[in-house]
Design a protein around this ligand. Structure first.
Ligand SMILES: [Zn+2]
Length: 114
């Protein structure tokens, strides 16, 4: 049996952390963008330029992941509301409590997620 109040708390915490990460990534990406704009040299022949491009693509990847996570958290909160939280959205089996403690936003059991 899952304690939904505690789970709601956990999800809220996770959402705040994820949002903070998104905010800091967004400002990093802005910094990287303006660093590149201030640099008139050709990226392909400039090691500095390609490092910035690499950092930017890394930050973009984490940003996309974090936005996905926020969506998963919102969906998990909806499942808490409609009483389906803790049930795998794929196979309908209960998701083990230990898994929910680590990833409260996960929609699927280990078998279905892998
Ligand atoms: Zn499953």
């Amino acid at each position: 049996m899952t304690d939904s109040a505690a789970m709601r708390e956990l999800l809220g915490e996770e959402a705040r952390e994820t949002q903070a990460l998104i905010d800091s990534l967004t400002s990093n990406i802005d910094d990287l963008s303006s660093a590149r704009e201030g640099d008139n040299s050709d990226d392909e022949h400039d090691p500095e330029g390609s490092t910035l491009a690499f950092e930017r693509s890394q930050a973009d990847a984490v940003l996309i992941q974090s936005r996905d996570r926020l969506t998963q958290i919102a969906e998990a909160l909806e499942r808490l509301d409609d009483g389906t939280f803790g049930t795998c959205t794929s196979c309908g089996q209960a998701i083990p409590a230990v898994r929910l403690e680590v990833r409260p936003y996960t929609p699927m059991c280990v078998a279905c997620a892998s």
